[in-house]
Design a protein around this ligand. Structure first.
Ligand SMILES: Nc1ncnc2c1ncn2[C@@H]1O[C@H](COP(=O)(O)OP(=O)(O)O)[C@@H](O)[C@H]1O
Ligand SMILES: [Mg+2]
Length: 329
């Protein structure tokens, strides 16, 4: 593996055990993030974005079942680490901002207690109480919140949604040194606050020279923030390329549908733009998982899952329309 990769996910396959069987949600996810790179992942609600990220950080739900795959961070095969080593490793390098800020914060501790706890665990040296408090103040200031002492003494419910999300960003950046994963970080917030939060994530990840994974169901938000994009559909990455290429030369019929249906500049749900819905994860049909919504479907799409084809340099698409070698009957 080249030195330039920070994260590499290969063939990640994860089910959820539910009443009556297994939901085969992640169907061989492949993607990578380079050092200091900003990657966007886009796909409609339910396609498996959060499941993928939680698998990387080992924050999966109890009923998640790992089937196969490999996850490498730097030169470490993280699925081979035991829990204790992995947690120590994660605390020093990887962090995630969640969709719903209220869930990420513990309601029974003050903001100050939670931030100090994170700083304490992320630090290599043992910090005194005063040092912890001072660092917590700096963290609050870094996310442009005034009156740090008051905020530190508050409980989560005493803050607005926008302030809570800033606190979550503050918590994440005090942990993240290498990779920040922002999972629809603005979905729960007002439109006016969304842009500010995104700007903050953008600015801080650049300042700290961290790699960024920005997950969203809204194409409008990723255009200026990311270098490269992945389009996810029903448990796998169906297209990936530079952000510029994605907007100028989308190839997969699903991506083309997505781009046609960007509703507003601020984003929003786009699933109405493409008729139909995600397949049933309990009994997915063989072949391409997009077949029933695809206007260009061919016979082979119903029999075989398309693999990723490099159509132009660094532009991959998993679709038989671009398979020069395959028979299209
Ligand atoms: N713990 C769980 N048990 C069963 N199904 C789940 C669980 N978590 C997520 N799912 C299902 O897995 C699919 C993918 O979910 P998710 O990864 O949250 O997608 P996204 O983040 O792209 O919206 C959805 O159909 C969702 O309902
Ligand atoms: Mg999600």
């Amino acid at each position: 593996m080249g030195d330039n990769y920070l994260l590499k996910v290969e063939d990640l396959t994860v089910d959820y055990k539910v009443y009556g069987g297994y939901l085969k949600v992640l169907d061989g996810v492949n993607f990578y993030v380079k050092h200091n790179e900003r990657v966007g992942i886009i796909g409609e609600t339910g396609c498996g974005k959060t499941t993928t990220m939680k698998s990387i950080l080992r924050l999966q739900a109890n009923n998640a079942i790992f089937r196969k795959g490999k996850i490498t961070v730097g030169d470490q095969d993280i699925l081979k680490m035991n829990d204790k080593n992995f947690h120590a490793f994660r605390k020093k390098g990887l962090a995630m901002i969640f969709q719903e800020p209220m869930i990420a914060l513990n309601p029974v501790f003050t903001i100050g207690q939670q931030i100090e706890d994170v700083i304490y665990h992320a630090s290599d040296t043992k910090l005194s109480k005063a040092e912890l408090k001072q660092k917590a103040r700096e963290v609050i200031a870094s996310v442009s919140l005034p009156d740090a002492d008051r905020i530190l003494s508050n409980y989560p419910f005493q803050l607005s949604g926008g302030m809570r999300q800033r606190i979550c960003i503050a918590l994440a950046i005090s942990m993240a040194q290498k990779l920040l994963i922002a999972d629809e970080p603005t979905t729960a917030l007002d439109v006016t606050i969304q842009a500010q939060i995104l700007e903050l994530i953008d600015q801080i990840s650049k300042q700290k020279k961290m790699s960024l994974i920005l997950i969203t169901h809204s194409l409008g938000l990723t255009r200026n923030t990311t270098d490269r994009m992945y389009v996810m559909y029903a448990g796998s990455m169906i297209e990936s390329c530079s952000t510029k290429q994605l907007y100028e030369n989308p190839l997969h019929p699903y991506t083309i549908g997505l781009l046609k249906s960007i509703p507003r500049l601020t984003g929003g749900e786009f699933s109405n733009g493409i008729p139909g819905r995600l397949p049933d994860y309990m009994n997915p049909q063989p072949g391409c998982r997009f077949q029933n919504r695809c206007t260009k479907v061919m016979d082979i799409c119903r029999r075989q899952k398309p693999s990723e084809i490099e159509v132009e340099p660094e532009h991959y698409v998993a679709c038989f329309l671009f398979d020069q070698k395959g028979d299209k009957q």
